[in-house]
Design a protein around this ligand. Structure first.
Ligand SMILES: Cc1cc2nc3c(=O)[nH]c(=O)nc-3n(C[C@H](O)[C@H](O)[C@H](O)COP(=O)(O)OP(=O)(O)OC[C@H]3O[C@@H](n4cnc5c(N)ncnc54)[C@H](O)[C@@H]3O)c2cc1C
Length: 576
């Protein structure tokens, strides 16, 4: 049963202290509902330990968080103007722009509003199972059945497979559409070196097929070229007759018939004048507002394991670029919840997290040599992609790790590839060491002539750390990792001076999903009834990912949930 609170009661409770304490105290004071009146229903009183700690129970755990409580509706008298369109898209990231362009191309009257000052993007890997770029480059499409099976297993099979079918059945067509749009404007696309092809090999369970597409220029390599794509899409949208309004923040959805009917409009605020406008949508409002990672309450409820990586001041910037400490405060999610949308079934939501130690032999690998924790102990099989390396370190004290390696790692491990296009040449041993030296220079790595000095520089417990290094070298010599069962060909000893080390934490990118979403990308209530007129696309699509974002189908959020779903949704809405 849900603890019942109206908004005013909640705020009263919140005013006496932190939201949770306020709610719990107030609930304890409620009297049982006698006569079906407006009084809050009784619920179990909050109890506390002798130290004063409140004790949670099942009923209190169902209480609402402040972000779930709808604000007072903005009165009509505060609305400066009503603007009409068939489709109103909210958010100028890759997903919103793809949806808007796809619909506008089909002749729909599209208006895109975004709180950002300009199109928004990060990174640049866009997944596709096949494409004209792959054909042009002679890259065979990968075995979809095999890799989809692996992805499902890694997600505990707890994903909406209807959405997966829709995505993979349209992925090639959508990517070819994007490639044509870009290349017609002189923006070339290619494949990114994402596969730890040689380091891991195609039979390794962590093998990443070559399928991440990216735009590039003199300023951007294919793994970071998304700004080229979103800027071009914004221009194309306007050429196709679509309208874009930046610095226009969606604040409340209008759901007709006292929040039981269809969503017919969104009220947005001009961030310069602070005036409100109602954007009425005869066909659809499409939420494409990205994630909710910068709202600490939402993260506490929906993805608590990532909270240590979120900054206190995250979420103030609607133009946030490649930040790794939280992006947005979930405006779109909240607006949906306030008009009766349900949350997706998988909780916790799936995080996109990795680690960049700077010593990966190929992009998307972790540091596959010796790694210690803050106690100087080895704690894992280091042969892992950067995402799985990141997950392993999140379980360690202080959520920090210490890769340690020696000069011989450059020649005995590898082959080494820099991030960039898939056909970049292999790095030489000299180039690898020069790259390490640059990072020593910049303070990212430390370097020492002896292991004693190295562990001192890393401030690790000396005796334990040296014993861990000696043990690792012994296992390398033996050719079998008795401790963590790392593949023998991945065991490179820490042998030849100078020695190197680093201190590295987890790197949070985003959190996936949110509102309950059906295969048509309609937002649904808790009982799965679709809310007519309201759609989501991009990161917001519910129950598409689960567990952890694997990165093994590199760029699946951009290539799949943003480009493919955006392309398909735009066309479907235009045809309505
Ligand atoms: C460093 C880094 C690198 C990454 N690289 C990749 C990659 O290569 N491939 C990949 O698939 N993923 C990558 N990601 C994840 C990436 O952030 C998402 O895949 C991608 O941005 C999702 O696009 P989107 O359209 O869903 O949302 P976003 O790109 O986040 O766009 C959201 C838009 O909504 C707007 N908005 C928010 N609130 C409101 C509001 N109230 N009213 C109006 N507008 C609003 C924002 O201003 C923004 O314009 C990376 C993330 C990070 C941090």
């Amino acid at each position: 049963m849900e603890a019942k609170l109206d908004r005013r009661d909640f705020l009263k409770g919140a005013a006496v202290g932190a939201a949770g304490i306020g709610v719990a105290s107030m609930l304890g004071a409620c009297t049982p509902q006698q006569n079906g009146g407006d009084e809050p229903e009784a619920t179990a009183p909050a109890t506390s330990t002798t130290d004063g700690d409140l004790i949670l129970n099942a009923e209190l755990a169902d209480s609402k968080w402040s972000f779930e409580i709808p604000p007072d509706p903005i009165p009509d008298s505060d609305i400066k103007e009503i603007v009409e369109a068939e489709i109103v898209v909210v958010g100028a990231g890759t997903s919103g722009l793809c949806t808007a362009v796809s619909a506008a191309e089909q002749g729909a009257d599209v208006l895109l509003i975004s709180a950002s000052k300009a199109p928004v993007s990060r990174g640049g890997s866009n997944h596709a199972i096949n494409s004209k770029v792959m054909e042009r480059e002679g890259v065979e499409p990968y075995d979809l059945e095999k890799f989809m099976m692996r992805e499902r297993i890694l997600a505990a099979n707890s994903v909406d497979q209807k959405k997966w079918s829709k995505l993979f059945n349209n992925n090639e067509e959508a990517m070819n559409w994007l490639i044509d749009l870009m290349e017609e404007r002189g923006i070339p696309m290619t494949l990114e070196t994402c596969a730890p092809e040689v380091v891991f090999g195609p039979d390794d369970p962590q093998f990443i097929p070559l399928a991440a597409h990216g735009a590039y220029s003199e300023d951007y390599d294919p793994g970071s070229g998304q700004p080229l794509i979103v800027n071009a899409l914004a221009e194309i949208l306007q050429e196709k007759g679509g309208r874009i309004l930046f610095e226009t923040k969606g604040v409340q959805l209008i759901r007709d018939d006292d929040n039981t009917g269809r969503v017919s409009a969104i009220i947005a605020q001009d961030l310069n004048t602070e005036e409100y406008t109602k954007y009425a949508a005869s066909k659809a409002v499409v939420l494409a507002t990205g994630d909710f990672s910068a709202d600490k309450e939402m993260m506490k409820k929906y993805c608590p394991s990532m909270l240590p990586l979120i900054a206190d001041d995250a979420g103030e910037d609607y133009d946030v670029g490649p930040a790794t400490t939280g992006l947005y405060k979930g405006d779109g999610h909240k607006m949906g919840l306030w008009i009766g949308a349900g949350w997706q079934r998988n909780v916790p939501n799936c995080p996109m997290v990795n680690v960049q130690q700077g010593t990966a032999a190929q992009p998307y690998c972790g540091h596959c040599g010796l790694t210690l924790n803050i106690n100087g102990e080895r704690y894992s099989n280091e042969h892992a992609t950067h995402s799985y390396t990141g997950r392993a370190l999140m379980l360690q004290p202080g959520q920090v790790s210490f890769p340690i390696w020696a000069t011989n790692y450059a020649s005995e491990y590898g082959p080494w590839y820099a991030r960039g296009a898939f056909d970049l040449p292999e790095m030489t041993t000299e180039e690898v060491i020069a790259d390490w030296e640059d990072k020593v220079e910049s303070g990212r790595f430390v370097k020492a002539d002896t292991l004693e000095e190295l562990v001192e520089l890393l401030e690790l417990p000396k005796e334990t750390a040296l014993a861990s290094i000696a043990r690792y070298n012994e296992l390398c010599e033996k050719g079998h990792d008795d401790d963590f069962f790392k593949r023998a060909d991945q065991m490179v000893p820490v042998r030849d001076a100078p020695f190197y080390g680093a201190r590295v934490g987890g790197r949070f990118l985003t959190v996936m999903g949110g509102l309950r979403t059906n295969v048509d990308l309609q937002v649904c209530q808790d009982d799965d009834t679709p809310i007519e007129g309201l759609y989501v696309v991009g990161t917001m699509v519910g129950d598409f990912f689960n567990n952890t974002y694997t990165f093994l189908m590199e760029g699946l959020n951009y290539g799949g949930c943003c480009v493919t779903f955006g392309y398909v949704l735009g066309r479907e809405l235009a045809a309505k």
